[in-house]
Write a protein that binds this ligand. Structure first.
Ligand code: G3H
Ligand code: 13P
Ligand code: ZN
Length: 322
């Protein structure tokens, strides 16, 4: 199977009550871990590349890694998506350079400007058989160079979504309902503590999602900032020399609920970083004399694979849907 767009995937996910995992890729081990898990579980998958990933690994290297995954795993549909494109030029570069899906994120710009740039990207993308994700509302956290302070984020306003989608022609819409980028999604003050002393974040705004769903029937909704920041990895990082106090993510039950609603794409990056970093730290602590990257990257890649498999089965529900 060649690279595909997300059109069919989202249609089936919407009606099937599940979501497709969109995982950020930055190197070979990450691409391998994700796609091996997806293949074993017969799950469709979206591999996404940010502007920062392109700057780190180079466009061609990333495209070729994803093409290698497509060749190695011919039985599952794979989308190659630009994450948080911030300009027409960047989106055009990716459309011309083999991506099957792009995100134009002008959510921090005024409504009319967001519409104008998104529309321009949609026209170019559709003329080249590529689909477009856009965004309304802003998430807290860090995405590439844009930092939105906690407390300055804004939920999506449901009364704007119909006009935005009909005027831009976008194919999916990322909305802000309380998720947030990075490993520190909420301050301890924003959370409560459960009986075990673990921070519990404020619940997602399902009322906003429901209202959007009502106004945009059968339209695929996207959730960014959806890492759960598993405490097992935070603990591993902290046990082996790291210092990540109070890292907290989105509870998986809430993401599962969103996946059963109009949410068709769930973005996960920080959990990949944590799985790799925790395991690399552990490896070095246990093997201080080792220096072969193939040795310490092996358990890290396996941890990415195991984590993605867990997400596919227990959070997304996309297993067996390829
Ligand atoms: O939302 C952003 C993703 O986590 C990508 O992060 O810009 O550091 O590659 P990055
Ligand atoms: P996390 O930081 O929660 O993994 O979010 C990733 C994301 O939204 C990528 O676009
Ligand atoms: Zn994002």
């Amino acid at each position: 199977m060649a690279l595909v767009t997300s059109t069919e995937m989202f249609k089936k996910a919407y009606h099937g009550g599940y979501a497709i995992g969109a995982f950020n890729v930055n190197n070979m081990e990450i691409v391998q871990g994700i796609t091996e898990a997806a293949d074993e579980l017969k799950s469709p998958v979206i591999l996404q590349v940010s502007k920062g990933a392109r700057a780190y690994a180079n466009h061609t290297f990333l495209v070729k890694l994803v093409e290698a995954a497509v060749k190695e795993h011919p039985d599952i549909p794979i989308v190659l998506h630009l994450d948080h494109g911030d300009s027409f030029e960047l989106c055009k570069d990716c459309i011309d350079g083999g991506f099957t899906s792009v995100m134009i994120d002008c959510s921090s710009k005024p409504f009319e400007e967001n519409i104008a740039i998104t529309k321009q990207v949609v026209e170019y993308a559709h003329a080249h058989g590529v689909v477009v994700e856009a965004e309304l509302g802003t998430l807290a956290g860090i995405e590439d160079e844009v930092v939105v302070e906690s407390g300055k984020e804004s939920y999506t306003r449901p009364e704007e979504v119909e006009e935005f989608v009909s005027r831009t022609g976008c194919d999916s819409l990322a909305i802000a309902i309380g998720t947030s980028h990075g490993a520190y999604k909420f301050t301890p003050e924003q959370c409560t503590r459960n009986a075990d002393g673990i921070l519990v974040p404020p619940p997602l705004r399902f009322d906003v999602l429901e209202e959007v769903e009502k106004r945009l029937p059968e339209f695929p909704i996207v959730l960014h900032g959806s890492s759960s920041v598993p405490q097992e990895f935070v603990k591993m990082v902290n046990t082996y020399g790291g210092a990540m106090p109070d890292a907290v993510g989105i509870p998986e039950e809430q993401l599962r609920k969103a996946a059963q609603m109009a949410v068709c794409k769930i973005n996960i990056d920080s959990d990949i970083r944590l799985a790799m970093t925790g395991n690399i730290r552990k490896y070095f602590a246990e093997h201080p004399d080792h220096f072969d990257p193939r040795q310490y990257l092996k358990p890290a890649r396996q941890a990415v694979k195991d984590m993605v498999a867990h997400k596919i089965v227990d959070v997304l529900g996309s297993n067996g849907k390829a």
